[in-house]
Design a protein around this ligand. Structure first.
Ligand SMILES: Cc1ncc(COP(=O)(O)O)c(C=O)c1O
Length: 305
């Protein structure tokens, strides 16, 4: 998806022109994947522009960096304010927000501690991630032949740049084969997640989703959907899920900041349920979009600009 440039990018505390937001080729991140980032949405709700679960996203950014002993030289509050400043200066009402912290230019070599931890924040207008019709009609996905890394290799709890090499393999394999997305299994053959989404499965009225030990990113939309489901009286089970459960599911959907709540209509060319978004998916979409579109926020999830 092509990015439509805006005027300014926030870089280490300064707002600079979009085209000047550059780093040195010997920056550690380029060679060793040492970055930690967030994907956040600012919605134009009926009550004004608001960032969805802003603090949770920035807290996760700090957690991701901490796992790699990287100290972001700002506070959570300062980064939240910088996000808002970048949106305001670019005069956007709704956008995607991409803060990324990374090991910059300093020493060379794997040992990273001699490199600064830099932070940039870019914002841009972004539509529907899995295509404009995904939320309505659902998408076709396959199981990836690539699996998620074992828990003692590198942590999937960190939203680290390097993790997305695995995601790229999955995503390319799916797209080249004519699917929208792939679902990865974990190292034990149990369901993990999509390349950039968590997964939920509905069977006999209960919502199932993999747990943290299944090599998932602890998604903020995932947590949101679990909360909304409980409030709707839908039982939620986090557990080890075998691959075959998805083929027999009544409904399956992905969640993510980019994907929001995207129904899956087929997996490996097998139709899921009726092949159309089911009632539980619809109910959760309704509750989710009531917050981010209508601005009806009972939970303190919206941070108004
Ligand atoms: C690998 C992966 N899993 C899950 C998610 C969903 O997380 P969230 O709902 O916090 O955007 C994302 C997106 O950030 C992701 O990249």
């Amino acid at each position: 998806m092509a990015v439509k440039p805006v005027e300014k990018i926030w870089m280490n505390g300064k707002l600079i022109d979009w085209n000047d937001a550059k780093i040195h080729v010997l920056s550690h991140v380029i060679h060793y994947g040492s970055s930690w980032f967030e994907g956040i949405r600012c919605y134009e709700t009926k009550k004004g522009s608001a960032i969805f679960r802003h603090r949770e996203h920035i807290a996760r950014l700090f957690d991701s960096a901490k796992l790699y002993r990287a100290e972001i030289p700002y506070t959570i509050e300062q980064v939240m304010e910088a996000d808002k400043e970048t949106i305001r200066v670019n005069k956007l009402k709704a956008c995607y927000i991409r803060p990324v912290a990374y090991r910059g230019y300093g020493d060379v070599g794997v040992y990273p501690m001699g490199c600064p931890v830099d932070l940039t924040i870019a914002v841009w207008e972004w539509g529907k991630y899995l295509g404009p019709e995904a939320l309505e009609k659902g998408i076709d996905v396959r199981f990836a032949s690539w699996q998620r890394a074992a828990g003692n290799t590198f942590p999937t709890t960190a939203k680290a740049g390097g993790n997305y090499l695995n995601s790229q393999l999955m995503k390319m394999e799916a797209r080249v084969d004519g699917y929208e997305e792939g679902i990865a299994l974990d190292m034990n053959g149990q369901i993990s997640e999509g390349s950039g989404e968590n997964i939920f499965i509905v069977r006999n009225g209960t919502l199932y989703t993999p747990q943290f030990v299944n090599a998932i990113l602890p998604g903020i939309t995932r947590a949101t959907v679990m909360q909304l489901a409980k409030e709707a009286g839908i039982p939620v089970v986090e557990g080890n899920l075998p691959r075959e459960i998805v083929y027999l599911a009544d409904e399956v959907f992905f969640t993510g900041t980019a994907a929001e709540i995207s129904p899956i209509r087929s997996i490996d060319r097998m139709t899921i349920g009726t092949g159309k978004p089911g009632p539980i998916t619809r109910e959760l979409q309704k509750r989710f979009f009531d917050v981010v579109e209508n601005g009806n926020d009972q939970h303190g999830w919206l941070d108004f600009i």
